[in-house]
Design a protein around this ligand. Structure first.
Ligand code: PBG
Length: 331
C-alpha cells in the first residue's frame, strides 16, 4: 500500500474555498452549546454593571426575566444563576442559602413562570451567602470543614430544587457532596433534577471578576486552595471526575476553561460522559481587555475560543459571551 505524498497530497486543497472549509469542518457551534451565567440583584428595574466585567451586569429579578426571554429567543437552552446576596443577609454559616425566599429562589420561580422553556442551572456553594466569602463553614482555625458543609449544601440544593431548578451545580469542591445531594433529591421527589458537578475546579486566579459580581471578593480572606484543585495537577482531575460520576453526577464540568483544555480532553477520552467547561469571568475579561486595546477582534476571539471547547470534547460551554455568540450564529 502506497501512501500519497506531496504533490499528490496537498492538505491545502480542502481549505481553498469557503464552501469546502464549511464542508470539512469537524465541529460546529450552535446556540444550543451555550449556558449563559446571569447575576441577580435585589430591587425592581435595577441594572448594575460589573466594573471588572465590561458588558456584564447584575439584574433585578424582573430584568433577569427579560434576559431569559432574549436568551430563549436566541436558542440558548440554559441559564446559570448567581445571586448577589445583600450584605445584611450574609452570615458566618451562610444560612440565607436555605431561605425559600432568597434571591436565587425568587429568580428561579420568576424565570420558570415566565420562560418555562429555558433550563435553569443553579450554583450550590455557600460563598454568595457567607460573611467570610468561603464556599463552606469554617472551624476555629479558619479551615473549611467538609462534612458539616455538605449538610448545608444538601439543604441549599433541596431549596433550589423546590423553587424549580433543573440542574443543581455544586461548585464547592467538598468531598462526597454529589452522592449526598443525589440521595436527598431522590428522597425529596426530585428524580428528574440533574446534577452537573463542578468536578475539576481549580484554585484559579481567573475568578476575580466573578467575586466582584456576587459581592464576595471584598469579604474573602485568604484563598480556596484547601478545597479547589492545584493547577499543577491533571491526573487528580480524573480522580475527581471518577468520584463524582460514581456518586451520580449526570454531567461534569471543568473550570476554568481555556487554561484547562487538556483536562477537558482527558476527561472526555477517559469517561465519554457529557463534559462542560466554564469559560470563567477572568477569561471573559481577558478577551474584552484585548478588544479594548485593539489587540484582537471580539467576534473572532469569541468564536475561536468557543470552538476550541467543542474541539476538546465539550458538550457545552458556560460563557458570559453566550448571548452575543448565539446571535452571531443566527440565533
Ligand atoms: C463559587 C464560584 C466561583 C465561580 C463560580 N462559582 C468562584 C470561586 O470559586 O471563588 C467562578 C465563575 C467565574 O469566575 O466566572 N462557588
Amino acid at each position: 500500500m502506497t501512501h500519497a505524498a506531496y504533490p499528490e497530497l496537498r492538505l491545502r486543497r480542502t481549505r481553498a474555498a469557503a464552501w469546502s472549509r464549511r464542508l470539512h469542518a469537524e465541529h460546529r457551534l450552535t446556540p444550543a452549546d451555550f449556558i449563559w451565567p446571569l447575576f441577580i440583584t435585589g430591587g425592581r428595574g435595577v441594572e448594575e454593571p460589573v466594573g471588572s466585567l465590561p458588558g456584564v451586569s447584575r439584574w433585578s429579578v424582573d430584568l433577569a426575566v427579560a434576559r431569559a426571554r432574549e436568551a430563549a429567543a436566541a436558542g440558548i437552552p440554559c441559564l446559570a444563576l448567581f445571586p448577589n446576596t445583600p450584605h445584611d443577609r450574609r452570615s458566618d454559616d451562610g444560612v440565607e442559602a436555605l431561605n425559600p425566599d432568597n434571591l436565587m429562589c425568587e429568580a428561579i420561580r420568576a424565570i420558570k413562570d415566565a420562560v418555562p422553556e429555558i433550563g435553569l442551572l443553579t450554583d450550590v456553594a455557600l460563598d454568595p451567602y457567607t460573611a467570610h466569602g468561603q464556599d463552606g463553614l469554617l472551624d476555629e482555625a479558619g479551615y473549611v470543614v467538609n462534612d458539616a458543609t455538605v449538610e448545608m449544601l444538601i439543604g441549599q440544593a433541596l431549596n433550589q430544587a423546590a423553587a424549580g431548578a433543573d440542574i443543581i451545580a455544586p461548585s464547592d469542591m467538598m468531598d462526597g457532596r454529589i452522592g449526598a445531594i443525589r440521595e436527598a433529591l431522590e428522597a425529596d421527589g426530585h428524580a428528574n433534577v440533574q446534577i452537573m458537578a463542578y468536578a475539576a475546579k481549580y484554585a484559579s486566579a481567573f475568578y476575580g471578576p466573578f467575586r466582584d459580581a456576587v459581592g464576595s471578593g471584598g469579604l474573602l480572606k485568604g484563598d480556596k486552595k484547601s478545597y479547589q484543585m492545584d493547577p499543577a495537577n491533571g491526573a487528580e482531575a480524573l480522580r475527581e471526575v471518577a468520584m463524582d460520576i460514581a456518586e451520580g453526577a449526570d454531567s461534569v464540568m471543568v473550570k476554568p476553561g481555556l487554561p484547562y483544555l487538556d483536562i477537558v480532553a482527558r476527561v472526555k477520552d477517559a469517561f465519554n460522559i457529557p463534559v462542560f467547561a466554564y469559560q470563567v469571568s477572568g477569561e471573559y475579561a481577558m478577551i474584552e481587555a484585548a478588544v479594548t486595546v485593539g489587540a484582537g477582534e471580539r467576534d473572532a476571539l469569541v468564536m475561536e475560543t468557543l470552538m476550541s471547547f467543542k474541539r476538546a470534547g465539550c458538550t457545552g460551554v458556560l460563557t458570559y459571551h453566550a448571548l452575543h455568540a448565539a446571535r452571531l450564529l443566527g440565533g
